[in-house]
Design a protein around this ligand. Structure first.
Ligand code: UD1
Ligand code: MG
Length: 477
């Protein structure tokens, strides 16, 4: 921001219930690309260095506050609007939180449900206001259908006069195609004065924020400053989310934008329409994302990684050159460089794969470190285990980590070989280079270099089939 510019504060309106969402959850907490709706306008405000930025909360105030605080920390202030008496009342509720902010500063007002709003568009608003010297600038749109929106009433010279809400509009006003996007930039001194004069004498009995537009026009007519300035914006960009169809639509729009950015940065997407990357996820160049991949939460994917069809990766780190083969589920895990996972593998929180480790089909890892080059290629459960380098974990191996009360650790040292279908009853250490014979239930430590077997000697009973095996009954004719 230009240092000579006026100080800028923001008020983000997020108190409404969002009745049309037909939901138990407050509207602004519904997720778009992994973040609550309100995240996006708040981020847009912060990108203009608005300080302070005040979020007006009301419906499910505590939850909204908690979620936004988790995302933005101390950058935000919150103001509560206990009763939702209208948008003008909502902005007034932020006044105390803006105490100390200069009357000569400007206040950006945004709705909490416009996820597609871009910083550049807000900058246009700042510029238009600075250029004209108006006390108030606002974004307008010309949607395909203006129904439901507040209409922008202009005079014969084209100056903005006021906004009339749908419910208060005359038949001829309803014909106006230019409508209010509900995004404003106002001089603080003007705003507080104008809001103090707003009444509830309208069809909805609410304090309309839109009335400040009429107030600014009146001041201009009285010779005090310029008429309110309107900046026309793209309808899609400023459209609010009011129901779940619009939520899905906005998510798709945002996804398209973000996927395009990732591809420009060198990520390969076989079909970006069905590739789901949450806001904030990092993906390195030359990484390939196959269809139906979901990368969620705090996930970071390195360069040259292959993520196969249908993989879901949550809060995980995937290092350079790793491969996740199709339909693997990875959560809270770290996958080392050139490691291979799947197909159909499950890495649960605390799974850590070192460089070139392999985890194959139907293998589940939880809170387990799998050392460099070690392999667990088929059908295993490895929980609370520390596995060294170059180990081979046979098909069907199970760490029995839970005794019904506590979890215990299994330690498998470098180079150990665990035969198929073995149960390792923790706590337990299998020494360096030791072998566990197939089908062994290991209950005691196995020293380095030894072989553990627990099955008795095999006995063959000759001729048993002929003499004792159950006979099939002769079928009735
Ligand atoms: C508002 C505008 C309308 C504009 C439209 C654009 C008014 C009176 N009307 O109408 O001109 O065309 O937005 O989408 O402002 N909110 C509160 N507290 C309240 C009421 C609302 O915090 O008491 C918040 C809502 O959570 C929402 C935003 O303000 O984020 C807008 O409220 P909403 O009820 O959707 O206003 P509209 O009727 O759509
Ligand atoms: Mg609305």
């Amino acid at each position: 921001m230009d240092k000579s510019a006026r100080p800028l504060a923001a008020v983000i309106l997020a108190a409404g219930k969002g009745t049309r969402m037909k939901s138990e959850r407050a509207k602004v907490l519904h997720e778009v690309c992994g973040r609550p709706l309100a995240f996006y306008p708040v981020r847009a405000a912060l990108s203009l260095d608005c300080s302070p930025a005040v979020v007006v909360v009301g419906h499910q105030a505590a939850e909204v506050e908690r979620e936004l605080e988790a995302l933005f920390g101390t950058q935000l202030r919150f103001a509560e609007q206990k009763e939702q008496l209208g948008t003008g009342h909502a902005v007034l509720c932020a006044k105390a939180a803006l105490k100390g902010f200069a009357d000569t500063g400007s206040i950006l007002i945004l709705a909490g449900d416009v996820p597609l709003l871009k910083t550049e568009t807000l900058q246009l608003l700042v510029q238009a206001k600075a250029r004209t010297g108006a006390e108030l600038a606002l974004l307008t749109i010309r949607p395909e259908s203006p129904t439901g929106y507040g209409r922008i009433v202009r005079d014969s010279r084209g100056e903005v006069q006021r906004i009339v809400e749908e419910k208060d509009a005359s038949a001829s006003e309803k014909q106006i195609g230019e409508v209010n996007a509900s995004i404003y930039l106002a001089d603080a001194g003007f705003l507080w004065k104008a809001l103090a004069a707003v009444t509830r004498s309208n069809a909805q009995g609410e304090f309309y924020l839109t009335d400040i537009v009429g107030a600014a026009a009146e001041e201009a007519r009285a010779g005090n400053g310029a008429a309110p300035v309107a900046v026309e914006a793209d309808e899609n960009e400023v459209s609010g989310v009011n129901d779940k169809a619009q939520l899905a639509w906005s998510s798709a729009q945002l996804r398209e934008r973000q996927n395009a950015r990732l591809m420009r940065d060198g990520v390969v997407m076989i079909d970006p329409q069905v590739t789901y990357v949450d806001e904030g996820v990092e993906v390195g160049g030359d990484t390939v994302l196959e269809p139906m991949v979901s990368l969620r939460g705090k996930t970071r994917v390195g360069r040259g990684v292959e993520i196969g069809q249908g993989c879901v990766v949550v809060d995980s780190e995937i290092a350079d050159g790793a491969k996740l083969l199709p339909y693997s589920h990875v959560e809270g895990a770290e996958v080392g460089p050139l490691a291979i996972v799947g197909p159909f593998a499950r890495l649960r929180p605390g799974a850590q794969l070192a460089e070139r480790a392999h985890v194959g089909n139907f293998v589940e890892l939880k809170k387990t470190f799998l050392g460099k080059g070690s392999k667990a290629n088929h059908l295993a459960y490895l929980g609370d285990a520390v596995i060294g380098e170059g180990c081979n974990i046979g098909a069907g191996t199970i760490t029995c980590n839970y005794d019904g009360v506590n979890k215990h650790t299994t330690t498998i040292e470098d180079g150990a070989f665990i035969g198929s279908d073995s149960q390792l009853v923790a706590p337990l250490t299998i020494g360096r280079g030791a072998y566990v014979g197939t089908g062994t239930t290991v209950r005691e430590d196995v020293p380095a270099g030894s072989l553990a077997v627990s099955a008795g000697k095999q006995r063959n009973i000759e001729g048993w089939v002929e003499k004792k095996a159950p006979k099939k009954k002769a079928s009735k004719a």
